[in-house]
Design a protein around this ligand. Structure first.
Ligand code: NAP
Length: 472
């Protein structure tokens, strides 16, 4: 087995030079390097996951539930350690890393509490049979490819429902946050899970492709960019494997004439700035009707201008560095492109020179179709405000994007707000409240935001064999 906690590099056996490497994004200093699995190690991980699945699926559901509850308790006990590692590797303020750790423990307890009801057999009257019913059964080993923006939460989001169903899971973490996800292997072992039902796999993209082509992998899920989604989706299709793709978003936040403007401005700005704007369902495009736009802009920009950018371990800090210098440079290119093409700067910000990946929160308006920010996801602390005449113009602009993840509508005229909500081509919509990704309901997007759903009952359905039994 690869000694992942021993920070030596060994790419020799594969010829692979991809490296799992964590730089502290606040300082630019190297935190740690982890060896990419050799081909032999990648094969051993899969072989163990496959073997483990044969017995794990036969473990009675109440025993699986007990283990899941133990893991939730252990994650609570290790919350500070997990949060510290996430902040060190990814750069989000420590308090926000602590919120992140609350989510997987809630997911564990949600499925422990509800799985028996969610997996209940469904009886159907079928002519010619005395009895017919369907059951959700495990399918085998699931491969989950996960991003860096919430390395513990994202790894656990597909893992928990699949494990409790009886599948085993291999998680390939992002190269820059492997140290966070690897702690999970320790916690699964300590909770008493059988060996290899969960494994973090430090594999290369080429090894991911080989996994997808291997018959022992029965399903693949990816959370990440639409570019990665297209690649993984294509490979899954070629190999006829079920796939879930949870991809990027450029979520609209619509503020109508009848909105409570103070609540809308506070919600839109604070939600945009969580994790320095590096959230898939961050409200990335505010669309506000002309009647209320002046007051909205005044209050929204006040929130942005009052942020404290700095060391993510400092309790006073509200916005830390972005995850990497590359991420900050890309955001700066998008920001500068908009300014060069005539956008209006309401709150000046941008890339901060010096070590670290800092980007001062900024607010822009006057974004036009020629600008990159009109079309691309802005994965960082840029507030974008569009001013439109009315609700119809708001709907048209909101849907004029390749993405369709989340959305928000603020308006006290509920008939109008609901009409707008229904017209939005997104996977979810919050009315007069930001929705986020509640555990209890399916989460996912339309168009380039993805395929399939996670969480709620969908988390169990995604990779279950919905098997029919019919008796003469
Ligand atoms: P990314 O570059 O697509 O990477 C995500 C994961 O996919 C990483 O583990 C990455 O590995 C891997 N990967 C990328 N291309 C691959 C390929 N061709 N084959 C195999 N693996 C591949 O995305 P990111 O920059 O880390 O994450 C940000 C994006 O994720 C944003 O667009 C954000 O909106 C989206 N996101 C979506 C959700 C959701 O639930 N819808 C949640 C969070 C984030 P390496 O690290 O080795 O490159």
């Amino acid at each position: 087995m690869a000694d992942y906690l021993n920070p030596k590099l060994d790419c020799s056996a594969t010829g692979s030079h991809e490296t799992y490497r964590t730089l502290n994004p606040a300082t630019g200093e190297l935190v740690r390097e982890f060896a990419n699995a050799t081909d032999g190690e990648a094969e051993a991980l899969l072989a163990r996951a496959y073997e483990a699945q044969l017995t794990w699926r036969a473990v009675p559901l109440p025993s699986r539930i007990t283990l899941v509850r133990k893991l939730a308790d252990l994650m609570d006990a290790n919350a500070d350690r997990l949060a510290h590692q996430v902040t060190l590797e990814m750069g989000k303020p420590l308090a926000q890393a602590k919120w992140e750790i609350l989510l997987p423990t809630a997911i564990l307890r949600y499925y422990a509490d509800h799985v028996e009801e969610l997996l209940a057999e469904t009886t159907v009257d079928v002519p010619g049979f005395s009895r017919a019913y369907t059951r959700r059964e495990p399918i085998g080993v699931v491969l989950a490819v996960e991003p860096w923006n919430a390395p513990i939460y994202q790894a656990m989001r597909p893992t928990v429902p699949n494990l409790i169903l009886g599948n085993t899971v291999l998680v390939k973490p992002a190269k820059i946050t492997a140290g966070s996800t690897l702690i999970l292997d320790e916690l699964f072992a300590e909770a008493g899970f059988p060996a290899s039902v969960y494994q973090t796999a430090l594999v290369s993209q080429e090894q991911v492709s080989r996994y997808i082509a291997d018959p022992r992998i029965r399903a693949v899920t990816l959370t990440g960019s639409d570019r990665a989604g297209a690649s993984i989706g294509e490979q899954a299709g070629r190999n006829i494997k079920p796939v879930v793709l949870e991809l990027g978003g450029s979520d609209p936040f619509i503020v109508l004439d009848s909105a409570d403007v103070a609540a809308a401005a506070q919600t839109a700005a604070t939600c945009r700035l969580v994790q320095g704007g590096q959230v898939c369902v961050s409200p990335k495009r505010v669309i506000v009707t002309a009647k209320v736009s002046d007051e909205f802009i005044r209050q929204y920009t006040e929130v942005f201008a009052s942020q404290k950018l700095g060391d993510p371990f400092d309790p006073e800090t509200t916005v830390g560095p972005l995850s990497s210098p590359e991420a900050a440079d890309l955001l700066q290119e998008q920001y500068q492109d908009a300014i060069d093409k005539g956008a209006t700067v309401l709150v000046p910000g941008g890339r901060v020179p010096g070590p670290g990946a800092f980007f001062k929160p900024a607010v822009l308006t006057g974004i036009s179709r020629e600008m990159r920010l009109y079309h691309e996801e802005a994965f960082g602390p840029i507030g974008i405000i569009y001013q439109v005449a009315d609700a119809y113009a708001a709907i048209a602009l909101a849907n004029d994007t390749k993405y369709g993840l989340g959305s928000t509508v603020f308006g006290q005229d509920l008939a109008e707000a609901n009409h707008v909500a229904q017209a939005l081509d997104t996977g979810g919509v919050g009315v007069n409240k930001y929705l986020g990704a509640p555990i209890e309901i399916p989460f996912g997007g339309t168009k380039a935001s993805g395929v399939g759903r996670e969480l709620g009952y969908s988390g169990l359905d995604a990779f279950a064999n919905i098997k029919t039994y019919a008796l003469a």
